[in-house]
Design a protein around this ligand. Sequence first.
Ligand code: EPU
Length: 421
Amino acid sequence: MKYLKIIGNKNIEGEISISGAKNAALPLIACTILSKNKIAINNMPNVADINTFLRLIEKLGGTYEKNKDEVKISTLSIDKTTATYDIVKTMRASILVLGPLLARFGHCEVSLPGGCAIGQRPVDLHLKALEQMGAIIEIKNGYIQATAPQGLKGAKIVFDKVTVGGTENILMAAALAKGTTTIINAAKEPEIVQLCEVIASAGVKIEGIGTSKLIIEGTDKKLLEIQDFTVIPDRIEAGTYMCVGAITNTKLKINNVIPLHLEAIISKLEEMNFEIIQEENSVTVLPTDEIKPVNIITTEYPGFPTDMQAQFMALATQANGVSTIDERLFENRFMHVSELLRLGADIHLNGNIATINGKAGTLNGTDVMATDLRASSALVLAALVAQGETNIHRIYHLDRGYEDLEGKLSSIGVDVKRFNE
Ligand code: EPU
């Protein structure tokens, strides 16, 4: 297994360019299943989860060609409708083929995603909504078996809880369903907005894009003609590199971002006493004479993202005072705490609230274990300011969602190398 060795050093400088958003690209690849034409997608991040999803499209019978950050996908040849366990177990986002496969073929089978390191992550809301659209769903031998003998029909869906993946699955299903689907309490993340825009590029009428009420007019066509598009920048990768600037307390410019998508992150960094310069496509973190503590509650967009909580915890270890982080979305997203403790952090957990007693210069390098994608990036951040050497094990988690992490960090002066155990 591979591990990263980072030698703590605060002298970083330069600029970082952000890649396409993994969490936008995954549903967008799924949505190519709805289209009869080949689609060229630009700014596709080169990360393991994307490669896994492309493999899934191939296993279903579709094809793709990759050239740098452009991927052309053709799904007209899809002739299988099962997302098998071997793929779903490595990537839960495989559930995103459920809506489009069912809408296109009238039946499909998707291995039921199990829990994962950050929580149980059920998919009951996806299934209930599809049933309301006329699907018959059975769970058998670990698989979701879905059929829609009469085809899917539009329905009024009220999500009990805001769900990103659930909203995406229903949006895609609704595009090929008969009649109008209304989604109440829809997710509003930028990734959802882009999915709406891409589906709308095929002539599907969607009202309320970017709000919690989406109204989708299903088309009469069997398949759509989706236009080529460019994946939006990854706001979580951007936020993570903003934390690189902040934790090392040096000026760092982050290019290829949409500052509007970063508002909650910028606001929390400002509360921590950092000045952030916002330009059209970039943000720059400036150093501060005192890192102040912060209180964070994770919530749905446009609130503070759960995907940035671990990184801010690493940053809070360097603040002058006591910070709190209240995780409201996932029940077990604090696996990084015990690893940060190994580095010498002073953190107490009470249920889903972490209290971080910050004091600069208290971290000492050692061996730590990555447990999930964002937890791993918190360990990288901590390693940047830890005294001596930190070895981060199980970095396949990082490779799932951060493109060329070592290359980007090395380019700003971080001493980071990858080794085989
Ligand atoms: N939930 C249910 N039932 C459902 C669906 C969700 O109870 O049917 C619960 C979940 O257990 C969770 C909450 O609702 O407590 C929100 O889950 P959501 O469905 O919104 O999350 P997701 O679609 O599975 C996406 C991102 C995650 C990100 C969350 C929240 C992708 C591929 N994944 O997951 O990203 O944390 O939204 O913003 O878009 C990551 O990138 O590291 C990551 C985990």
